[in-house]
Design a protein around this ligand. Structure first.
Ligand SMILES: Nc1ncnc2c1ncn2[C@@H]1O[C@H](COP(=O)(O)OP(=O)(O)O)[C@@H](O)[C@H]1O
Ligand SMILES: [Mg+2]
Length: 245
């Protein structure tokens, strides 16, 4: 079953076309990596999926619904630049988000303990967010996206600022979520991450999807040898014209 689908999704800023007729299909249990250079249109796409930007054209279906209000509650979103309140402690912030998302109190308390344990933030629960390092804030923002047990996760550059241990913890959580039939769409320009984490990837450039598939599909498409890295494939595909699998 498809968890996220877009049909000719388009976003224009004035005359400029940031997302150009995007047809995306992310299946249940999939970890889909939206890969592309800076300015490719990754954040714009994710913002349209979560309703922060209104599409100029096309349609979006998430969890079988075109109604944002219906699927928003079951969707976790990590923004590119998360806005988190500096003057709240981690515990207060996560409680605040959990209440907005209507997570039951007992479940919420447990979830906060679980997430802060996973990200080694227990000792910081009572620290003000304003006092945390960039990587720690990112972990808080990721925790907030995971609080309400979302069936769909939209993560914009989730690994920014995370140290290697946290990156690994994050990847483990994402794999667990996927095993649990959640669907994950994440954007990144770090190809290595996509290579190790994603079950399929889409190579995105100048608002267009150049190719989608598993890494093996993409290798085949770029007619590279089986030893080539995603980087080789990425560069080859973004240098050439649009291709379909
Ligand atoms: N609000 C906006 N107004 C005008 N142009 C924008 C706006 N947001 C993004 N863009 C442009 O759209 C393009 C895609 O941006 P973005 O989706 O942020 O790329 P990515 O996340 O892949 O780096 C860029 O050229 C960017 O400058
Ligand atoms: Mg971006």
């Amino acid at each position: 079953m498809s968890a996220i689908e877009t049909f000719d999704l388009t976003k224009k800023f004035g005359e400029f076309v940031a997302v150009d007729g995007l047809n995306l299909n992310v299946k249940e249990g999939e970890i889909f990596g939206l890969l592309g250079p800076n300015g490719a249109g990754k954040s714009t796409t994710i913002k349209m999926l979560i309703g922060l930007l209104k599409p100029s054209g096309g349609r979006i279906t998430v969890l079988g619904s075109e109604n944002l209000m219906e699927y928003k509650g079951r969707t976790g979103y990590l923004p590119e630049n998360p806005a988190i309140y500096e003057y709240l402690t981690i515990k207060e912030f996560l409680t605040f988000i959990g209440r907005i998302k209507k997570v039951e109190k007992d479940v919420l308390d447990e979830k906060i303990i679980e997430l802060t344990h996973t990200f080694s933030l227990e000792e910081k629960l009572k620290s003000y967010i304003g006092s945390l390092s960039h990587g720690m804030r990112q972990k808080v923002a990721i925790s907030a996206a995971l609080l309400a047990d979302p069936k769909v996760l939209l993560l914009d550059e989730p690994l920014t600022g995370l140290d290697p241990k946290s990156q690994r913890d994050f990847k483990d959580i994402i794999r667990e979520k996927a095993k649990d039939h959640s669907s994950i769409l994440l954007s990144t320009h770090i190809l290595d991450v996509a290579e190790r984490l994603c079950t399929s990837v889409g190579i995105f450039n100048k608002g267009k999807l150049m190719a989608t598939g598993t890494l093996d599909d993409l290798r085949e498409l770029s007619e590279s040898s089986s030893s080539s890295t995603l980087e080789d494939v990425f560069i080859k595909l973004t240098e050439e014209g649009e291709k379909d699998i």
